[in-house]
Design a protein around this ligand. Structure first.
Ligand code: ARG
Length: 658
């Protein structure tokens, strides 16, 4: 039951005769910011009255007289210039809670018109270890799938693995030149990761060396620009003078950036040149970048040796990511990687050409799109296909086999351009009746505000991150005897298992509670904070309820069906009750623009906070009467169930004891 949706539906027939555009007015019915204005507030009267040439208060009064709300709300109140304040009836709230009490879905209805969604997430480039950046796509995508399914949609998850790109050229080249066969036999994954890093290191070294002259040239240019702008006579016109000053500043900051880039490029070069061993290797593999590309091309052209190696390596790479997914408790319906589409790429290009949607330009096949400066290239001059070509083939496949209403791509914001072009090309291709959405997310930053790296400057491996979170969680779980319920009751095995659950949860929640489009600073302390918007706090709230049941020897399942009633007396009970009933609104908010942080906000700001104040104000086991005690136990139970369900939709488990 989405209360907000219900209220809007009641206002709709009253507003419709007054305006052509009722949608924006209905959106002005919102939860009240302050409980003294009731539970909800409608603010449309002011704007609408102006258009109708009426007084807002009169209009608000007219609307209030016609809208049918008696069963749901107390008599609406017109306040101030024309606000309509709405307060839910206590009996109505009680009735909803009574229904939710025994409903496994806690009163959340399924959608009337289920849609089919394909959710493309995680999708790492395998053959290199997963790193911190993969957390976001994986947990956001998983949370969206879970939420879509819970409200009744059909969500098809597809892990679009990068299993066919240059990184395989890299490990094939590396295997041929650097592999230690014994080590590979013993621990193939470790050896392949090592090989990957060796090749990556050499390629980075040559890239850095190639970039250096350009960087120095650009620095010289900017410095000259800067000098010229600085020494130019100051224009008499104020605006012109301001413009000139701004330009000087711009050059200055470009110079600063270039100097930084030069420093870090120098460091990369030094890393190889300072080591005699690496330097010798670099000399012996001076053409490594071209050679890697050649290995990739050979693979794509079906070279027997490379295909055999690829087939040998791929399962190892898959095992590697599977281990991470198991720990994260993330599964996929499909794992159709880029390689799956290989044979479909030429036909895609041919189809674009046949329909006159692609043109040749400088030997490459290009799709020119309205509103874009550069075309989308779907075949390079040398005949190679691109990431875009694969994505087009993937869309065609998904449309043919799964007939989705929407495809969501949970991918880093840096691929924004790619997806804009891809979506435009897809529409041009004729798929107009589908929602295509780039569910974009920002970067995970370190405490220093720069992309999260290890001290040595390497990207942070995902497994190490999980281990660290779990090890820190174990401290909370073990040390919490005084702070957390039931601490001393836990035995060693329980602690280990709870630490794993609490640690992984912290990592997931820490990510999901961010606005996905923002960068965020990775902090174990914040993630695992016992007080604050963290999974630890939510799990703790849940465990606290369970501990009440244990302490009071309450058989809560029996109580639910016992006929015991929920009665709202204290304001803190009422506030908690309304918070429980607003779960549905939070879920709808999540799906409006695919933002799981609306759910974490709800769980923390509304539910957990209301529960805290309820807990402070309303004794449960020591309630005055049995009726009151039972009613409060049932409220505790509903709170815990919403927390549990909410966390589950985020891919997070609860624990009975902490
Ligand atoms: N493998 C890509 C990467 O790591 C992400 C793929 C996203 N999905 C897609 N259909 N393009 O950058």
């Amino acid at each position: 039951m989405n209360i907000l949706a219900l209220l809007r539906a009641r206002f709709k027939p009253v507003l419709e005769p007054l305006t052509d555009e009722v949608g924006p007015l209905l959106e002005m019915i919102r939860p009240a910011g302050d409980p003294k204005f009731g539970d909800y507030q409608a603010n449309f009267a002011m704007g609408l009255a102006k258009k109708l040439g009426k007084s807002p208060r009169d209009l608000a009064t007219e609307v209030v007289e016609s809208v049918k709300l008696e069963d749901l709300c107390e008599a609406p109140e017109v306040a101030g210039p024309g606000f309509i304040n709405l307060k839910l009836r206590d009996e109505w709230i009680q009735r909803q809670l009574e229904n939710a009490k025994t409903d496994p879905r806690i009163g959340i209805e399924k959608v009337d018109a289920p849609r089919t969604y394909v959710v493309d997430y995680s999708s790492p480039n395998v053959a290199k270890p997963m790193h911190v950046g993969h957390i976001r796509s994986t947990v956001i995508g998983d949370a969206l799938c879970r939420t879509l399914r819970f409200v009744g949609h059909n969500a098809i998850s597809d892990n679009h693995l990068g299993d066919w790109g240059t990184q395989f050229g890299m490990i094939i080249y590396g295997y041929k030149h650097f592999a230690e066969k014994e080590a590979y036999k013993k621990a193939p994954v470790t050896e392949l990761s090592r090989i990957y890093r060796v090749v990556r290191g050499l390629m980075d070294y040559f890239d850095a060396k190639n970039q250096m002259p350009q960087l120095i040239e650009r620095l010289a240019e900017r410095t000259a620009d800067y000098e010229a702008a600085k020494n130019a006579p100051v224009p008499t016109d104020k605006a012109e003078a301001k413009k000139q000053k701004k330009e000087v500043g711009r050059f200055q900051s470009q110079i600063k950036d270039l100097n930084e880039a030069i420093e870090s490029t120098k460091a990369k070069i030094a890393k190889t040149e300072d080591s005699p061993e690496l330097k010798k290797m670099a000399e012996e593999h001076a053409n490594i970048s071209t050679a890697v590309l050649q290995e990739t091309v050979k693979l794509h052209e079906g070279d027997t040796e490379n295909i055999a190696l690829w087939k040998e390596f791929l399962p190892f790479c898959e095992d590697e990511i599977k281990r991470v997914y198991e720990r994260l408790n993330v599964t996929f319906d499909h794992q159709l990687g880029e390689s799956f589409y290989h044979d479909r790429l030429a036909p895609v290009v041919a189809d674009f050409e046949k329909r006159g949607l692609a043109k040749e330009s400088e030997g490459a096949t290009c799709v020119f799109l309205d509103g874009f400066k550069a075309p989308m290239i779907i075949r390079k001059r040398d005949g190679a296909f691109l990431y875009s070509t694969t994505d087009l083939a993937t869309i065609a496949y998904r449309m043919e086999h799964w007939k989705p209403d929407a495809i969501l791509y949970v991918v880093d914001f840096r691929q924004g351009d790619h997806f804009e072009k891809l979506f435009a090309a897809t529409r041009l291709w004729g798929y107009t009746n589908i929602e295509l959405k780039h569910v974009s997310f920002g970067t995970v930053m370190g405490e220093d505000g720069k992309p999260f790296k290890t001290r040595a400057g390497a990207t942070v491996g995902l497994e190490g991150l999980l281990d660290e979170a779990v090890s820190r969680a174990s401290k909370i779980v073990c040390e919490g005897d005084d702070k957390l319920p039931d601490g001393p009751v836990l035995d060693e095995a329980q602690r280990k298992q709870i630490s794993e659950t609490v640690g992984i949860a912290a990592l997931k929640y820490g990510d999901l509670s961010q606005n996905r489009e923002s960068d965020y600073k990775f902090s174990y302390e914040k993630m695992l904070a016992v007080n604050g918007n963290s999974s630890t706090y939510m799990q703790y709230s849940y465990a606290r309820v369970q501990s009440i049941f244990r302490k009071g020897e309450v058989n809560i399942e029996a109580l639910r069906t016992s006929g015991a009633q929920i009665t709202i007396e204290h304001p803190a009970e009422r506030q908690l009750a309304v918070a429980i009933l607003r779960f549905s609104e939070a879920l709808d908010d999540v799906l409006l623009d695919y933002r799981p942080n609306y759910l974490t906000n709800y769980l923390f700001d509304q539910l957990a906070k209301s529960y805290s104040s309820f807990f402070e104000n309303c004794p449960v086991l020591k309630a005055e009467t049995t009726e009151q005690k039972n009613s409060r136990l049932l409220l505790c139970d509903l709170t815990a169930r919403v927390i549990q369900q909410g966390l589950e939709l985020l891919g997070i488990q609860t624990v009975e004891k902490m």
